[in-house]
Ligand binder design. Sequence first.
Ligand code: UDP
Length: 488
Amino acid sequence: SGEEQRPIEEEMTPHVLMFPFPIQGHMPPMLKLAELLSNVGLYVTFVNTEYSHRRFMHHSSALARLEQRPCFRFRTIPDGLPEDDPRPALHFMVIEESLRTRSRESYRELLTPTIGQDPDGWPPVSCVIADAVLPLALDVAEEVGIHVLIFRTGGACSFWAFHCIPELVKVGVLPFPEDANLDEIVSSVPGMEGFLRRRDLPSFCRDVKSSDNIFRLLKTVTTNAARAEAFIINTFESLEAPMLSHVRSLCPITYAVGPLHTFVKTSIPQNELDSSTNSVNMWEEDCDCIRWLDMKLDKSVVYVSFGSIAVLSREELMEFWQGLVDSGKQFLWVVRPDLVAGGSGEKDTIPEDIEEGTRQRGCIVGWAPQDEVLAHPAVGCFLTHSGWNSTLESVTRGVPMICWPFFTDQQVNSRFVSAVWKIGVDMKDKIGRSIVAETINNVMDGEGEELRRSTVEMAEAARISVEKGGSSYIDFLKLVQHIKSFCR
Ligand code: UDP
């Protein structure tokens, strides 16, 4: 009878606990995966820290809808950081350290509730999906004997570069000599022999010693991924097949399930609930910029954003600004409240021609609905810091990029964008109003058509990969089977 079957079914339903690194670039892809797993009927507990819970819940109504699902819940644990703590740039390491020491016990308690004591009557956690840059999530799960899968929010190209860095140190390529020519090719990263220059290695390679902690953390990222039962990565075969095969030499069970933000309601079975986790933000989206875009001609606007953690110096900000104005193009620019290191300076120091050019052709917002912006017909190119999410979003919307990477994986990503996929140009390490204006004009008018064609082709490949029968679709279903195997 039905009554007899019910407990058996419940015993068979896996319960996945997901623990993301609590920053903007990591929450949306993890949440999207959580949503998809919940769509196929799994129990999902999603771990927030107090800070991320406050910030994301406040600005993302999609989360409240997600929380109403019977098999989805958030759990919040302390992060040990002050409430108004600033979060840009290398604060990453401060968060990591604080979580490592201050969140450990609460996290362990989530994994080891007293049997039969789950407040919602859920089965115990059958596996953890841990953010690759959060060693704590893996360590504690292993201590208590729970299966762990590692999730990487970045690309395969940078992951593979991270993995090869210790070897570069061993063979003496790193650290660079003091007078190093950064344009010299690094021939010892398998798969990147012909095109990877010193300047394309992750930023911390330029000064290995002073960024020792981040160097250690990124080493842990790749060793942990190899240690886990499986590796999940937000990329797709058509974009990164060669890099994925290198990754699989290290992590044999790798599920490439990206670009996660494009998985749509209809592509995954048993999904009848409506909740879009695509709009998950730590800042309030300024949607007026969409109305501003509505008034512009097709492909006439440069969209500029440096993501959620990159910071510019005041001088860099002014060079970009002047370059944007000098380009004569329309521009939509995301200037986060904390974009400029040490504050944004006095308003009255802005030269008049910049003020005037911005009034005529610019729109500056604190935070944009980025995917909607990139999908807008008025947008002609994306001046980006080459964060992985931004890169995937630009690819899937067929928008060519101008890359100005800031740190970590962004140097590698931008090299792949320009030299491998040929869907953008790389402006790394160059700054100055004239180069900014010149590059913008080149991409908007010159090389742009060619770049757009390859980007649109890649967008199509991305779309196919998440549709029924596509590589990411299939990998997602394999991942679900893998998780279900823990309950057999
Ligand atoms: N983003 C956004 N609005 C903005 C700027 C960024 O929604 O005005 C989103 C963007 O769509 C992306 C994320 O913030 O999903 C940034 O992630 P990414 O990996 O590109 O860079 P990070 O912030 O981690 O450096």
